[in-house]
Design a protein around this ligand. Structure first.
Ligand code: CAA
Length: 254
């Protein structure tokens, strides 16, 4: 595997991919995304019957790495968006069920990774949202398309326009989490659910996943989002929003 911050572990037919960059709350940079891409490919090549996705330490993933992103040009942001979409597309198209175990923060790109999985369970202390607006950008790895599908248009617009961070109970009420479990039980519950999924007939499972995907097979919105995301890089609001995060202050937008 190309990156030390992503681990793939096996337990029988269940593969678990863990993003392990706790010093940055598992924020996703180029190396981490490439590591995830490779890990997903390895899980597929190994015929995983379930792929579990999680983060190490106190976060699921705090989103795309803002320190990396802040100075990108539009062309660089285009490539960056493609890389992130490559990971979320791979998760969505993974031939077996995928399960996001959201224990801690899942913001921006972290929320988008979780939404690209088939199922999501959250710990009681989890927080989740597409928070990009306060950085002067929009969700760039599929969030504008997958969030409305999960929570409905009104709630998705509220979350994206206001940069809302939902607690676990609200996320479950809105349809983002299938279930919420106490923090100290989430590992056990994730293993139990993964084992239950892995025991189901794999051909039928793959067919069910493929058939459900047909309901959402129009990729026009995802391509639109890629262009809109990249086009925001270099604008005064994007530069200000990300500088404010790095300098630990409130942004002042035009
Ligand atoms: N990128 C880079 N570094 C990040 C990061 C991110 N997304 N999130 C956290 N970190 C870093 C912090 O800079 C800090 O590093 P230092 O110790 O070197 O200063 C470290 O992780 C710990 O973070 P905090 O000190 O901020 O921890 P906290 O507990 O006070 O706050 C938090 C946690 C609420 C998650 C806060 O860090 C935060 O708001 N992070 C940004 C979340 C965000 O906006 N994510 C969306 C990114 S944009 C995106 O993802 C675009 C897309 O669609 C592709």
């Amino acid at each position: 595997m190309s990156d030390q911050t992503v681990e793939l572990e096996w337990s029988d037919d269940v593969a678990t991919m863990t993003v392990d960059r706790p010093e940055a709350l598992n924020a996703l940079n180029v190396e981490t995304l490439e590591g995830m891409r490779d890990a997903i490919d390895e899980a597929e090549a190994g015929d995983a019957r379930v792929l579990v996705v999680r983060g190490a330490g106190d976060a699921f993933m705090a989103g795309a790495d803002i320190k990396y992103m802040r100075d990108l040009s539009t062309a660089e942001a285009q490539a960056w968006g493609e890389l992130g979409h490559g990971v979320t597309d791979r998760l969505e198209g993974f031939p077996a069920p995928t399960l996001a175990v959201v224990d801690g923060y899942a913001f921006g790109g972290g929320c988008e990774v979780a939404m690209a999985c088939d199922l999501r369970i959250g710990s009681e202390s989890a927080l989740i949202g597409n928070t990009e607006i306060d950085l002067g950008i929009i969700p760039g790895w599929g969030g504008t398309q997958r969030l409305p599908r999960l929570v409905g248009e009104e709630t998705a617009k509220r979350m994206i326009y206001l940069g809302e961070r939902l607690d676990a109970g609200t996320a479950a009420d809105e349809g983002l989490f299938g279930e919420v479990v106490p923090d100290d039980e989430i590992d056990e519950r994730a293993a139990e659910l993964a084992a239950e999924l892995a025991a189901k007939p794999a051909f039928a499972m793959g067919a069910a996943k493929g058939a459900i995907a047909q309901a959402y097979s129009d990729r026009g919105g995802l391509e639109y989002e890629k262009r809109a995301f990249a086009g925001l890089f270099g604008t005064p609001d994007q530069r200000e929003g990300m500088a404010a995060f790095v300098e630990d202050r409130e942004p002042e937008f035009r």
